[in-house]
Design a protein around this ligand. Structure first.
Ligand code: SF4
Length: 95
């Protein structure tokens, strides 16, 4: 169904007859890290991601996996780092 909140006219799986199904009630605006991404689009209500309703969450634990402006090598490198294993490795190194 087409969005009737902040991204008017955009097809969205979260939009229902009863309104936006996203917990915040509408998509959150993009953040600084999203600048330059092809998925960030300007609307009359502001700049929003065409894919994710919550861009800050996508960047919370590192690089956004669908960012078009981040080099693929960096994304692959970020995806390979398991924080738990990295922590254990670091602890082993300190002994
Ligand atoms: S795909 Fe990721 S980087 Fe691009 S606008 Fe959306 S949240 Fe931001």
């Amino acid at each position: 169904m087409q969005c009737a909140t902040v991204k008017e006219g955009v097809e969205c799986a979260l939009m229902t007859d009863k309104g936006c199904g996203f917990a915040a009630g509408a998509c959150l605006p993009i953040i600084e890290q999203c600048q330059g991404c092809d998925r960030a689009q300007e609307f009359s209500s502001g700049k929003f991601c065409l894919t994710f309703p919550d861009p800050p969450l996508k960047w919370k634990r590192g690089l956004c996996n669908l960012a078009t402006h981040v080099q693929p090598e960096l994304k692959a490198q970020a995806a390979k780092i398991n924080p738990l294993k990295a922590s254990k490795r670091a602890a082993r190194g300190k002994r």
